[in-house]
Structures are given as C-alpha cells and as structure tokens.
Design a protein around this ligand. Structure first.
Ligand SMILES: [Zn+2]
Length: 121
C-alpha cells in the first residue's frame, strides 16, 4: 500500500458525492421513468389550464416544490408530468395553480413526520 502516493487519475478525487446522495439520484431517475409511464407522456396540466397551449419538452414537476418539501421530489404522488409552457405557468401563477391542483404548500405535505408538524384546523 502506498498511502502517501499522489493519485492523479482523471475524475478521481473530484467526486465527493455521499452514498446517500447517490441513492437519491438513483431514486429520482427511477421516479422520473415511473412518472412518465404513469402519465403516458402527456402534459397533466393541459386540461386543467386549457388557456395555455402545451409547448416544449415534458418535465417532472413537483406539486409541492423542493424548497417547501425537500423529500417531495422522490414521492411519486407529488410529481406530475407537465410541458415546459405549463411548468412556466405554474411558476408564474402559484395561487391559481394551487386552485387547480398543480401547486402545493409546505403544510400540505402528506407525510408530516417532523416534530414541528402542526395539526390542521
Ligand atoms: Zn402543457
């Protein structure tokens, strides 16, 4: 063993991803495939927001965004397939999107396991 030897293999030593991070990345890839299959490669906002015409590639959209629910991007029930045009509309109109079931708030998380969770009225 040459523990002091300098290793200069390209790419090695630059990756600092934790095992957990890799697990999450793999889980996200599986989720994206599952969402595309479940939603049959169609924009799930098309009928809910008919005034916006579908355009652009289909993205996986988190109903409750990652900023409000970190683990939600790995929960399939929180993820839907939407086109870029509708994705942008949701981002620009969160209140209206909420009324149409396309956007959620942190307190609407289905899994409130942290100790700070509150009872809903
Ligand atoms: Zn669309």
């Amino acid at each position: 063993m040459e523990e002091g030897a300098q290793v200069l293999m390209p790419g090695w030593g630059l990756r600092r991803e934790s095992a957990k991070h890799k697990d999450e990345a793999a889980a996200r890839v599986r989720l994206v495939h599952a969402v595309r299959a479940r939603d049959a490669w169609t924009c799930q906002a098309r009928d809910k927001v008919p005034e916006v015409h579908c355009d652009g590639p289909l993205d996986v959209h988190e109903v409750i965004p990652r900023s409000a629910w970190r683990e939600g991007y790995l929960v399939i029930d929180n993820c839907i397939l939407v086109c870029r045009a509708h994705h942008n509309w949701v981002g620009d109109n969160p209140d209206e999107a909420h009324d149409r079931g396309l956007h959620g708030y942190s307190w609407e998380r289905p899994d409130q396991t942290d100790e700070h969770s509150k009872e809903q009225p």
